[in-house]
Design a protein around this ligand. Structure first.
Ligand code: GCU
Length: 426
């Protein structure tokens, strides 16, 4: 006892040091390593010819992701949608219109309704489109516009108004909620957006209940799969509109919604490009990685994001039959942008790069470019697997929008491409 009391100050200092050090990673105060050659190769190793040339093997790999991580893709889940309601006929000083459709997913009493808001540029030909899926309600994505709130009334304010919103914007970046639609118009794109939680709530317990009740032949069992299906429903709406070029529809999401954007790109091959910004675990980061959040912690904190089956692999991640480089490989040859922040160690930029490096072999076998450049700091928006690393943390900042629009312009052929690849400083 006396021994303990005497050493109490030292023990307190030690305890605080451990606490601060572990939180540094979470708070974005560490840097992601830029060295990849000294880390393990992604496992299982990729069977490149099989994934490239053999539809049955590709399907088997998709099935393995469904069986372990994501649960079933809700094949043939009904999607219905309303006519457009024009929210703003002279949007952005007449550069386009802002319109909204009600989209229903599922059937019977458990069917879910979400609002898809689209900014159509005035154009003399069908426009490419990027569909964003968001954490924030449509009120915050289009502040000041009378789009429909989740309680079905017209929005009157944004979640980003007030002190808490200002703080959130300081931490998570200027574009964490509000969409810079003028930037997408500048790049020649239409911009569509929906609030993922309006489809399936981002709450453990509620999410599973909503999914089980959707009334499809196959209901999703993970929120990530359900949100990915939200992209599919949005594409159904968009491709029915002659103002949209249905061969040039991209999907985009940040963090948990970057995970679902990657999934959508694999299970819905209409997706012409994917932006997965800071998607992390169960996204583009390797499940076997020993840095960052880790799949185990993610599955414990957000059990509704993944299939319940994942639980049986968490005690030994090496038993997982798949890893995320294979998810990226299944996307080939679809162009993918993986956005990263050097201080966003939580999302694991290093293993994300190694996953992309491994998947590159499949891109190349599919006559696409895969990663170009040499290392985590070279960004080539025209590459089919484009890796973007900037300074800073888990956020959406103006530089990210530069990267997104450069990538979209390069792959979907809008105007406004950044002329040369950007080199990031350390
Ligand atoms: C949490 C979670 C991540 C996720 C992130 C986000 O931090 O641990 O896995 O990507 O939320 O969605 O912002």
């Amino acid at each position: 006892m006396i021994w303990f009391l005497k050493r109490m100050p030292l023990l307190i200092v030690l305890g605080l040091t451990v606490l601060v050090m572990s939180n540094c990673t979470m708070l974005g105060m560490n840097y992601a390593s830029l060295e990849t050659g000294n880390k393990p190769q992604p496992q299982p190793s990729l069977d490149v010819p099989a994934i490239t040339g053999n539809a049955a093997k590709r399907d088997a790999l998709k099935q393995a992701f469904e069986d372990t991580l994501y649960g079933p893709w809700p094949t043939a889940m009904p999607v219905a949608f309303s006519a457009w309601r024009v929210v703003e006929p002279d949007y952005l000083d007449g550069r386009g219109t802002l319109e909204e459709a009600e989209v229903t997913v599922g059937s019977g009493e458990g069917a879910r309704l979400f609002h898809l808001v689209v900014a159509f540029p005035k154009a003399d030909r069908p426009a490419p489109v990027v569909v964003g899926q968001t954490f924030s309600s449509n009120c915050s994505v289009f502040p000041g516009e009378p789009v429909t709130a989740t309680d079905m009334t017209a929005c009157t304010g944004s979640e980003m108004d007030g002190a808490m919103g200002t703080l959130a914007t300081q931490i998570f970046g200027r574009y964490i909620a509000v969409a810079p639609v003028a930037r997408y118009f500048d790049a020649g794109l239409a911009y569509a957006s929906f609030y993922a939680s309006e489809l399936v709530p981002d709450r453990n317990g509620d999410a599973q209940a909503v999914m089980a009740n959707l009334g499809g032949a196959t209901n999703p069992t993970s929120a990530l799969m359900a949100w990915a299906y939200g992209f599919t429903a949005a594409l159904d709406v968009l491709e029915a509109d002659p103002r949209i070029d249905k061969s040039r529809m991209a999907v985009m999401g940040h963090s948990r919604h970057g995970k679902s954007a990657l999934i959508a790109g694999v299970w819905d091959r209409r997706v012409a490009a994917v932006i997965a910004h800071q998607s992390g675990f169960a996204g583009a980061a390797l499940s076997r990685s020993e840095t960052g959040e880790g799949l185990v912690r993610m599955a414990e904190s957000y059990p509704h994001w993944l299939s319940p089956n994942v639980q049986s692999y968490l005690a030994d991640l090496s038993s997982l039959p798949v890893d995320q480089h294979e998810l990226l490989a299944l996307l080939a040859p679809t162009p993918v942008l993986l956005g990263n922040g050097r201080r966003d160690v939580w999302s694991d930029p290093n293993s994300t790069y190694r996953a992309a490096e491994a998947a590159s072999a499949v891109y190349k076998a599919e006559a696409a470019t895969g990663l170009t450049g040499d290392g985590m700091q070279s960004f080539d928006p025209a590459a089919d697997l484009a890796y973007w690393l900037r300074s800073g943390g888990h956020s959406i900042v103006p530089k990210d929008i530069d990267a997104f629009t450069a990538f979209l312009a390069a792959h979907l052929g809008g105007a406004g491409a950044i002329e040369s690849p950007v080199q990031m400083a350390n």
